[in-house]
Design a protein around this ligand. Structure first.
Ligand code: DGY
Length: 322
């Protein structure tokens, strides 16, 4: 019996590819440089499945050019790079990789927020440049985390994991804004309070963005929203770059209308807005919030489980469209 053909569209753990080879004829693009849309189209022709990430654009045009495709399995939780409606309309199953990265991503979001508030990158650069001459009372004095107000925009799994760290670990007051409110029994242990978006912006000492990127959330934080925030506040983004208007953010940071920011995601990544690069009060990291070794392995294995299920008559573990 001929095996289904699948494309693994990036460099991943070899043992996960070995698992896939037990079920499929695998074409492994074993590179870190993403495939161009044209390369992806050519490599996907005649394949039934693809193991992908957040960097491959799965568009209606691509699906039309690859009519054999039956399953798109992402190793990422974000799936804004996939036209889900177009996949569903063509009977292509899609899965993402939630849950396995929740705690690791929350750890990193918290670390980035703390780094911004306590000026860790900025002070390290200062020290490495040899600029440290003497201890000073105000040297890199930043904002406190403990006892402050944590604002969370997007209260899904990762938002809740961050709330838990803030409330239970650091004694923070947790406020959040989300389309739907948590159930009272979810709010109570965290002391979490739903507030309007404007209240969230005005009250948070540390605002963290963990919402999905959709047409509605594009630039959800722009100049008018930044103007509502405290001058002493920090903003951390571990969602997607497109949720923030980076020029407006750079302007606010540069003018001291916002104390600091921590950004793991960027609108044109891996290109970074030069206005952000020019600022000291922003901590910049290369989209690594879920990047612990065990979690990246778990993300890959979950995508492989989904691909195997989708193409062998099973049920995907974390399917997005059936
Ligand atoms: C995700 O899983 O969506 C992370 O942001 C990595 O892309």
């Amino acid at each position: 019996m001929t095996q289904p053909k699948v494309l693994v569209a990036r460099r991943i753990f070899p043992e996960v590819v070995a698992r896939l080879r037990e079920h499929f004829e695998v074409d492994w693009y074993d590179e870190n440089e993403p495939l161009s849309p044209e390369q992806l189209r050519r490599r996907l022709a005649g394949k039934q499945g693809v193991f992908a990430s957040g960097t491959e654009q799965i568009t209606a045009e691509l699906l039309d050019a690859c009519p054999d495709l039956r399953a798109v399995c992402l190793m990422t939780v974000g799936y804004n790079n996939v036209d889900l409606a177009a996949c569903s309309a063509r009977g292509v199953k899609v899965s993402n990789a939630p849950d396995v990265l929740t705690e690791t991503t929350a750890d990193f979001g918290f670390a980035l927020m703390m780094a911004a508030a306590r000026r860790i990158s900025e002070s390290e650069h200062f020290l490495r440049r040899g600029d440290w001459q003497q201890w000073r009372v105000d040297l890199f004095a930043g904002a406190d985390i403990h006892g402050s107000t944590l604002g969370i925009l997007g209260m899904g799994r990762i938002g809740q994991a961050i709330a838990k760290r803030g409330a239970l670990g650091f004694g923070m007051q947790v406020i959040y804004h989300n389309r739907s409110r948590l159930a009272p029994e979810q709010e109570a242990p965290l002391g979490a309070r739903w507030v309007s978006k404007d209240e969230l912006l005005a009250q948070a000492d540390h605002l963290i963005l963990v919402l999905p990127y959709t047409p509605e959330s594009h630039h959800i934080i722009a100049a008018p929203e930044l103007a509502l925030m405290k001058r002493t506040a920090t903003l951390t983004n571990i969602a997607r770059g497109g949720v923030v208007d980076e020029d407006a953010l750079a302007q606010a940071l540069g003018e001291g209308r916002l104390a600091a920011a921590g950004l793991d995601v960027f609108e044109g990544e891996p290109q970074i807005n030069p206005r952000l690069l020019a600022l000291n009060n922003v901590v910049l990291t290369p989209h690594i919030a879920s990047a612990s070794v065990p979690t990246r392995r778990a993300m890959c294995n979950l995508a492989a489980d989904n691909l195997i299920a989708a193409l062998t008559g099973g049920e995907m573990v974390t399917g997005l469209n059936g």
